[in-house]
Design a binder for this molecule. Structure first.
Ligand code: AMP
Length: 464
């Protein structure tokens, strides 16, 4: 089995990983790291929970370990763009953890808070900057940061950037970076706008893909509980009061619903808080911190707010309401069973949600076992589900499963996605075969991996 040492990472990093208890690289780490160390651009199709943060952070830190130069004042050597403050903080924490044995300067900038401390952090120059696009643009416009010497650009959760309207700022930022940089783009899904962005930003990229969301649920025990809408509150309370239910994320479809459920729980004596898009960044961060520290036991969240939340030891995910986008189900339940742990996902299904459940079973390609061992089991709803009747759910827009249609179609490297999962990973050459490499490849297998630029061979020229 490949170890982090086999990947050729500096000892300062392998020691830090040991201390974290990471014994083996996850599939995305195993596949991506050799190419990234060799300087290639990369298109990573992966969501949080696969170990992608370390997949891009370790090669960056490895370069920092081997290079004593430091960033000049107000300049940045490695830039990570991410859509939300929560993700920015998590990624910044990852760099701190993996780079704990290195001397380097990092900063994390995001909106919703005063810019003074961020400006001061940038003043001396930083080796690693984790930023949300809006705040970074503000700081650039005021002259507090200069991106003309960026060596590596990482674009994290590109599909979410798109949802949040950040694609134009990202293009603008990228256009200010040197063309000789290394660029990595990660996205869980590949709608056309993201593959267009990938073609714009990436130069002859390697494509690394970890299995689609549907297979992320291996270590998660899933159950559905048929219950009338009126009884959901009592069922939730019973569950939260039962043994073995620890840190729990409760999902609702709407912000209003999240507030209501959190308020009810607090009234019923359970420590709870809600996290959703209408809350200020500070309130969201406070709720997350309280949840992480154990001060709050139940975090009630909407899908958008919860994507990317990385908190260990979440024992249960409870879908108080089923999502109307079946892909969200997989994202939601992936909040438990993080980092190799086991987790339990319980879904409440009322009469109006049976069609959502059918859609979910279709995309996870398995039936969700029914739990009838609870006081509120509603047999008529179970029968409605079994009958195949019930209104079909409306699918929202976005979150599509559009295939990659980029200009520079990169070659594929695939594998299963979870930390701790056996490192599957077949390497499939892209269409047209791979041309020989001139400078030797990473990990001894590079000779067969490079592929020419897309139609017209203008990949280099388009770079932003
Ligand atoms: P990410 O996909 O980057 O959000 O990572 C998901 C979780 O997996 C985080 O809690 C990481 O700390 C953990 N993780 C990342 N790499 C490994 C590894 N090689 N072994 C064990 N856990 C890991």
């Amino acid at each position: 089995m490949t170890s982090f040492k086999d990947l050729g990472l500096a000892e300062e990093l392998t020691c830090a990983l040991d201390a974290e208890g990471y014994t083996t690289p996850t599939p995305i780490q195993e596949q991506a790291i050799p190419y990234l160390l060799a300087g290639h651009d990369m298109l990573g199709i992966a969501q949080t929970g696969t170990g992608k943060t370390a997949a891009f952070a370790l090669p960056i830190l490895h370069r920092i370990a081997g290079d004593k130069r430091r960033a000049a004042p107000r300049t940045v050597r490695n830039l990570i763009l991410t859509p939300t403050r929560e993700l920015a903080v998590q990624i910044n924490d990852g760099f701190a953890t993996y780079g704990r044995n290195l001397r380097f300067r990092r900063a994390c900038v995001f909106g919703g808070v005063g810019q003074g401390p961020q400006v001061r952090a940038l003043n001396g120059g930083v080796d690693v900057l984790v930023a949300t696009p809006g705040r970074l643009m503000d700081l650039m416009d005021q002259g507090f940061v200069n991106l003309s010497t960026v060596e590596t650009l990482v674009l994290d959760e590109a599909d979410r950037m798109l949802d949040m309207g950040f694609i134009q700022p990202v293009r603008k930022i990228a256009s200010l970076l040197p063309t000789g940089r290394q660029t990595l783009l990660f996205s869980a899904t590949m709608p056309k706008a993201v593959s267009d962005l990938a073609s714009f930003l990436l130069r002859d990229p390697v494509r690394v893909e970890v299995t689609p969301v549907s297979s992320t649920a291996e270590r998660i025990e899933q159950k559905v509980m048929f219950v009338s809408r009126d009884n959901k509150r009592n069922l939730l309370l019973d569950l939260l009061r039962s043994d073995g239910v620890g840190r729990t994320i409760v999902f609702t479809r709407t912000k209003h619903g999240a507030n209501r459920v959190a308020e009810q729980l607090v009234k019923d004596g359970v420590t709870a808080d809600a996290i959703h898009g209408n809350k200020s960044q500070n309130a969201r961060q406070r709720a997350l911190d309280a949840f992480r520290s154990g001060e709050v036991r139940a975090l009630v969240a909407t899908d958008i707010a919860a994507r990317g939340i990385d908190i260990d030891n979440v024992t249960h995910v409870i879908n108080f309401e089923l999502p109307n986008e079946p892909e969200s189900y997989v994202h939601r339940i992936g909040r438990t069973a993080r980092a190799g742990a086991e987790g339990i996902a319980l879904s409440f299904c009322d009469a109006e949600e049976v069609a959502y459940l059918r859609q979910i079973e279709k995309i996870i390609q398995q039936p969700v076992p029914v739990d009838i061992e609870h006081e509120y089991h509603a047999e008529p709803i179970a029968r409605l589900f079994a009958s195949g009747k019930g209104t079909a759910p409306k699918r929202g827009s976005g979150g599509g499963r559009t295939p990659f249609v980029g200009g520079n179609r990169p070659k594929a490297v695939t594998g299963s996605g979870r930390p701790g999962a056996p490192g599957g990973g077949s390497r499939a050459g892209g269409p047209g075969g791979a041309g020989p490499r001139s400078n030797g490849g990473p990990g001894g297998n590079g000779g067969q991996r490079r592929q020419g630029a897309g139609p017209g061979g203008h990949g280099h020229g388009k770079r932003g």
